[in-house]
Design a protein around this ligand. Sequence first.
Ligand code: AMP
Ligand code: ZN
Length: 135
Amino acid sequence: MCVFCKIIQGEIPSYKVYEDDKVLAILDISQATIGHTLVMPKTHHETIFDLDDETISHLYKVVRKISSSYQEKLNGMVGLNLLNNNKEKAGQTVPHYHVHIIPRYDDDNLKDIEFTNNSKDVDFNELIKTIKING
Ligand code: AMP
Ligand code: ZN
């Protein structure tokens, strides 16, 4: 059983921020900033590629609920990052889907993710032909 399934089962202790029958939100054991939170489905799905519409739509409603609540309750919070890593290459260390809620403060010493502009390597017309989805 994965570490988050053990937390969900109550085998490993956690600081619970929110819980319902489908979703659990806990404080990350390693607080990148004050209030750093992980929101996860109670069912074991490894990545975004494994999740069904119903589970993920409910999960993101909870993410929004917690984010709004933090804006009211966390003193000095001036911004917030949402982060979800899928697969090892992308930095996923726990193979149970989760969204990081990372409150931001003026002097939080957290490095922003730097996006290098690699557009020179991209043929936009070819790419859009390949990946465009009809809504
Ligand atoms: P990721 O790298 O996106 O898979 O994030 C995994 C996160 O889980 C890390 O930020 C860890 O600090 C956190 N984590 C690992 N074990 C625990 C635990 N027992 N309780 C709370 N957070 C945990
Ligand atoms: Zn799990």
